[in-house]
Design a binder for this molecule. Structure first.
Ligand SMILES: CC(=O)SCCNC(=O)CCNC(=O)[C@H](O)C(C)(C)COP(=O)(O)OP(=O)(O)OC[C@H]1O[C@@H](n2cnc3c(N)ncnc32)[C@H](O)[C@@H]1OP(=O)(O)O
Length: 406
């Protein structure tokens, strides 16, 4: 491609020499100076073969890269997949199609490698739908005054929580997280290099709050920061909270509730957060915001649809529309429900339901509902009973949760 001034844009793999320019580009675009620690970890997670740059006159003006990750799908199957990240185009070269060129090249490589799906965390909600991505997990942020939090008599007090120093946290958090993410749809495995960044806990990532504190249970953990503000005392900001069992979750909240000198607690969780059900006043944790965490793009429709389990029996022919990569088509999806193996094959017969490939990703993990998308005019299914069964089949008992921002 060429720029408006006629000079050529070259798209190629990154080299070691490109990295200082990539770091500079992303620092400007994301509005923060990227520390050596973070760029070092990024380079480890994204070797040069995973990094595509766009250059103009020898200067890096655009970049996209991916980490090799793994996600859990409903039913517990694990899918290896690329996680797109550090996407950036120079403000001097915007809206000339450089992002589209980079993503076209990158996703063609994903297809060539046989990747069934790709994921990302989006800086803005308006960018990635056109590339076939849909949001798949949501984080709900709640805030409450710990001093008014009283547990119900039905809330057990299992104990078993210890106050952990960093070296203990380094040993125990990654395996507990790994057990958690294998049982939660939408959860992404955290590579060792990612954990190194967590425990390095550089001051630049603390936003003016304390270094991390850790509470540890055999089946769960919390990491949090404390922020002191004049007049309102100390507030506690939970960074990570993952529990493999409800007992561990409750034990951790019992301990957090016992931190007498903390005033407010802020926490982000999935839609099915248990905390309000533990408290005498369920209204206390007030929703202060929500945001999508992960977005997914399906690359192999039948492969991905076969990989998950479904809530009920299903036999439906669907049309999937993919304007970006042309991976759609008509497919027959059958499942006996109850975790049984699903089948999905290209079909000749007319489709009973039509859905965009990004919306298919959104309902796939159970966060968004087919009925809602149909009401919004994004799914066409003229026969109500077909839509109803399709919707029910994709529901999941637990809300999906991403677990990793990248
Ligand atoms: C996974 C991640 O890393 S998320 C991080 C994404 N990066 C950032 O937010 C950093 C700051 N922003 C940027 O670097 C750039 O503005 C980018 C990467 C978002 C866009 O780069 P550009 O080269 O200007 O995009 P390009 O010209 O190829 O546009 C491609 C399409 O996306 C659209 N688009 C581009 N930016 C945006 C935006 N911010 N919001 C909505 N649509 C957008 C364009 O209109 C165009 O649409 P069309 O092809 O359907 O007509």
């Amino acid at each position: 491609m060429t720029t408006e001034t006629g000079s050529a844009i070259e798209v190629r793999n990154a080299t070691d020499d490109d990295w200082p320019h990539i770091v500079k580009l992303d620092s400007f675009n994301f509005g923060g100076h990227i520390a050596d620690l973070k760029s070092g970890i990024t380079r480890e997670l994204a070797p040069n073969d995973n990094v595509i740059v766009a250059t103009n006159g020898g200067q890096v003006v655009g970049v996209t890269m991916h980490y090799d990750l793994q996600i859990t799908v409903p039913g517990g199957a694990l899918i290896d997949l690329p996680g797109v990240t550090w996407v950036s185009v120079a403000p001097t070269h915007r809206r000339r199609g450089i992002l589209r060129t980079l993503l076209t090249e990158q996703h063609q490589r994903f297809l060539d490698s046989g990747a069934p799906m790709s994921i990302l965390t989006a800086s803005e909600g308006g960018i990635y739908g056109r590339f076939g991505y849909g949001p798949i997990t949501t984080e709900f942020t709640h805030k409450f005054d710990r001093r008014f939090a009283a547990f119900r008599s039905t809330t057990v007090d299992p104990g078993g929580v210890r106050l952990a120093a960093k070296d203990e946290a380094e040993e125990f958090l990654p395996p507990i997280y790994d057990r958690w993410r294998r049982q939660r749809a939408g959860a992404v495995g955290r590579p060792a290099a990612y954990w190194r960044g967590v425990f390095a806990d550089p001051e630049s990532e603390r936003g003016g709050a304390s270094a991390l504190f850790f509470l540890l249970h055999d089946d769960g953990f919390v990491s949090y920061r404390v922020r002191e503000s004049a007049g309102s005392g100390m507030s506690l900001e939970i960074v990570d909270m993952f529990a493999v069992t409800p007992e561990a979750y409750i034990a951790l909240w019992r301990t957090l509730g016992g931190l007498d000198l903390m005033s407010t607690i802020t926490v982000s969780e999935s839609r099915d957060m248990l905390l309000p059900y533990l408290l005498k006043d369920p209204r206390l944790p007030r929703l202060t915001g929500s945001h999508d965490l992960l977005w997914a793009r399906i690359l192999d429709v039948p492969g991905v649809l076969r990989a998950r389990s479904y809530a009920c029996e299903l036999d439906v022919t669907i049309e999937v529309v993919d304007d970006f990569l042309d991976r759609g088509g008509v497919f027959r999806l059958t499942s006996r429900g109850n975790g049984g193996n699903a089948q999905c094959v290209p079909a000749e017969e007319p489709a009973r339901l039509t859905i965009g490939i990004g919306d298919l990703a959104s309902i796939y993990f159970g966060e968004h509902r087919a009925v809602t998308l149909a009401q919004a005019g994004r799914i066409s299914a003229p026969e109500p009973e077909i839509l109803e069964r399709f919707d029910h089949a994709f529901t999941t008992s637990a809300a999906p949760r991403g677990g990793m921002f990248f």
